[in-house]
Design a protein around this ligand. Structure first.
Ligand code: GDP
Ligand code: MG
Length: 163
């Protein structure tokens, strides 16, 4: 069976940016030609010789707060059911939000390995902000920048160890 990494988190934290960075360049080019890149939520990735499928769980949330809640549950359920490992993405600029706590509660109860990626840590001076997320009680925090790639290698090194 193939390994699956799900990226979960509330909207705008940078899940799709990370997903696009991860998935094979060749595949991205092919999808561009087909004109479907924006709607793609499954991709194929490789890190230090290990191949895996990546799920970008975002992009569906619209409407009321109730709807938002049910979407969170759907996303996390998908991650728990399908994933070998889960990357839980948060935003260092915003700090911990109520929705982050909701995600964390459900993920903490799961038996899947969860990796907290403190995204938008673009520069070393922001790294100290990532420490706030230890409060989520999900173990190690990985400060990353999906935009410039910093910290993503350290995160992926640990993620692929779960395969
Ligand atoms: P998603 O809703 O979680 O999929 O988030 P997106 O990937 O669509 O990103 C939301 C916004 O955050 C976009 O404007 C991105 O350019 C921006 N963004 C994503 N990653 C980073 C990052 O590492 N640093 C900064 N500064 N902005 C980022
Ligand atoms: Mg997205």
């Amino acid at each position: 069976m193939s390994n699956i990494v799900a990226i979960v988190g509330r909207p705008n934290v940078g899940k799709s940016t990370f997903f696009n960075r991860l998935v094979e360049k060749r595949q991205a080019i092919m999808d561009n030609m087909a004109g479907v890149t924006r709607d793609r939520h499954y991709g194929y990735a490789e890190w230090i010789g290990k191949f895996f499928t990546v799920i970008d769980t975002g992009g569906y949330v619209t409407g009321s707060e109730d709807k938002f809640e049910s979407q969170i549950r759907k996303q996390v359920k998908l991650a728990i059911d399908e994933a070998t490992a889960v990357i839980f993405m948060v935003d260092v600029r915003d700090g911990i939000t109520g929705f982050d706590k909701e995600f964390a509660n459900i993920l903490r109860a799961s038996k899947k390995p969860v990796f907290v990626a403190a995204n938008k840590t673009d520069t070393p001076d922001k790294a100290m902000l990532a420490a706030e997320f230890y409060e989520l009680s999900l173990g190690e925090i990985y400060p990353i920048s999906s935009e410039n790639g910093s910290g993503t290698g350290e995160l992926l090194d640990e993620v692929v160890k779960t395969f």
